[in-house]
Write a protein that binds this ligand. Sequence first.
Ligand SMILES: [Zn+2]
Ligand SMILES: [Zn+2]
Length: 125
Amino acid sequence: MGWSVGYDSNWKRDIGYGVPAYCDHPGCTAEIDRGLGYVCGGEPYGGEHGCGLYVCTEHSEYAGDKRDNVRLCKACRYGKHTYLATADHPDWIAHKLADESWQQWRDENPDEAAALHGAGARGGA
Ligand SMILES: [Zn+2]
Ligand SMILES: [Zn+2]
């Protein structure tokens, strides 16, 4: 299965290329995934230079040689750490609440599952 779905304990959310998501740039609703292609810093959790948030191509830039030319969100690129994690994509919430592969998680985390139900009902972000 590889690295399709994992968990980011720093931002407390699901990550991986199997997780549909919105860009974490404030107000941006570009649909991306939380795979390595979109992560700030070029590796899960952001590595040495990034924050580990996920941004679309429009809201990312390559850092210079000093920072290993990694892909960064604009906040990290310009040294302003102002981004917050955006809400999960409604498709992902629906998947977590319905898919068999998440049955065990739902059984073990009934409170979180109930909270997700509320988030889904509000239409996500
Ligand atoms: Zn960043
Ligand atoms: Zn964006």
